[in-house]
Design a protein around this ligand. Structure first.
Ligand SMILES: [Fe+2]
Ligand SMILES: [Fe+2]
Ligand SMILES: [Fe+2]
Length: 444
């Protein structure tokens, strides 16, 4: 593995006030009592999730272009039911259908409110656009629907076309919702704490598969924090030694070289996640690292498990940069992700970049090896890279249920093939967990 830092010189040197979406969702059952049942009857949770996301995007876009609160509520409600079969929206047709089925329509209440029906029928081209306000409402819904569908179909697109998105709805959505430029994201990366040269040296020495117990001991003995982590791990409840362990030598021999390697790598990287907002992300990174290591052991492709572990530890480092973006970004990001839009999709819309790409840029500055940089870059679009490590990270995200991007069976299939992991092995890994690194987690 080529460590770029080996020859390196030291150079360190407004949105909607409060979305009515939750109220809309609470009202969903009363608004679409009959409609929700056929959707669930088909077991189509994916469509339901898509409708929720489209409602969230619609609300944010409606607010960004200055629609009134009532129009924003209307477009949200229409988005929630925009996949209801057209015949169910048309009250007369619904009554005819029920009559043909020898069933009686119960009550006189319309199935879907007239304003929502007007939006849907205009969207479907069954009514002319009544006025400019309706034109805007329908455009918001159409763009939001297209935008989400673009990300749903992304795994099927030509991987060579990356970064050259010409989808008009994606462009329109970004025109109104993007709050920071790609260049500004790079400036934020520059504000992240540097990865100290001493830490890089520890990673370089420890991640080397040939490094044995003597190297572990030598590295840890130079830094009291690392030594403390090794001794703390050896004395943890998971290992429960009969006698307290007080020396690095004893700790390494007791927990074994491989665990000592993991502890030292994690202890060195952990410092970058010390702010309270990053604690959950660090705990997730530990989970992904351990999963990636297990997957590397299972893989039919030759991969160094400790290299996979290291990649897992820093796979989401790009999210640290997004965490220190200006308030306008944070508020919009929070509203959209609270409304079930996945972080990767939201990052792309708000900045034109996802945390994989941002993480790769960060790691390039930190002089990490090229394969880890590329794996981190593509860990949410593994079909764009032939590197098994990128797919391995994607699978580790999947196993740990990170929910950072849209679920995709096509992508999952591609990743298992590229990483040399069978679906059966993936299911087994899902049930595996290890508590050996528990002492390196932050309290929940
Ligand atoms: Fe849709
Ligand atoms: Fe992740
Ligand atoms: Fe990620």
């Amino acid at each position: 593995m080529a460590w770029a830092w080996e020859e390196e010189e030291e150079t360190e040197g407004d949105g909607p006030a409060s979305s009515s979406l939750s109220r809309t969702l609470a009202d969903e059952s009363s608004m679409t009592t009959g409609a929700a049942e056929p959707m669930e009857g088909r077991g189509d949770e994916a469509i339901r999730a898509h409708c929720l996301r489209v409602a969230t995007w619609s609300s944010e876009l409606a607010s960004a272009i200055g629609l009134s609160e009532s129009d924003r509520n209307l477009v949200e409600q229409a988005a929630i039911v925009h996949h209801v079969p057209q015949i169910l929206v048309d009250d007369q047709a619904r009554r005819r259908l029920l009559a043909e089925m020898h069933l009686e329509a119960k009550g006189e209440e319309p199935f879907i409110s007239e304003p929502v029906r007007a939006v849907l029928e205009t969207l479907w081209g069954r009514r002319p656009i009544a006025d400019p306000a309706m034109g805007k409402i329908v455009a918001v819904l159409e763009i939001s629907d297209d935008f989400d569908q673009y990300f749903e179909s992304e795994p099927l697109l030509d991987p060579g076309a990356e970064d050259q998105c010409t989808n008009s709805s994606v462009e329109a959505m970004m025109t109104y919702l993007q709050v920071t430029s790609r260049a500004d994201v790079s400036r934020v990366i520059d504000r992240l704490p540097v990865f100290p040269r001493a830490a890089r040296e520890v990673v370089r020495q420890v991640a080397n598969a040939d490094a044995g117990p003597r190297e572990m001991e030598a590295v840890a003995s130079l830094d009291p924090v690392l030594a403390g982590r090794l001794i703390q791990t050896a004395n943890s409840a998971y290992y429960s030694p009969r006698q307290p362990i007080g020396t690095v030598f004893h700790a390494v021999s007791y927990i074994g070289t491989e665990t000592a390697r993991r502890v030292l790598l994690a202890a060195v990287i952990r410092g970058n996640f010390s702010s309270p907002q990053a604690h959950r992300l660090w705990n997730h990174s530990l989970d992904v690292a351990q999963t990636a290591e297990l997957l590397a052991i299972q893989s039919s492709v030759t991969m160094d498990p400790s290299h996979a572990f290291l990649a897992g530890l820093i796979h989401d480092i790009g999210r640290l940069a997004f965490a220190i973006m200006p308030p306008a970004f944070q508020q919009r990001f929070q509203r959209l992700t609270d409304g079930s839009c996945p972080p990767v999709e939201v990052e792309m819309c708000l900045s034109g970049r996802c945390h994989g790409e941002v993480g790769a840029e960060t790691l390039a500055q930190w002089k990490f090896p090229a394969d880890i940089i590329q794996a981190v870059r593509w860990h949410h679009r593994p079909e764009c890279s032939s590197l098994p490590l990128a797919s391995l990270l994607y699978l580790a995200e999947f196993v740990t249920e990170s929910q950072e991007d849209l679920p995709s069976f096509v992508r999952l299939n591609t990743a298992t093939r590229l990483a040399g992991i069978s679906m059966d092995a993936l299911a087994e890994i899902r049930q595996n967990s290890t508590g050996s690194l528990e002492s390196l987690r932050f309290a929940a």
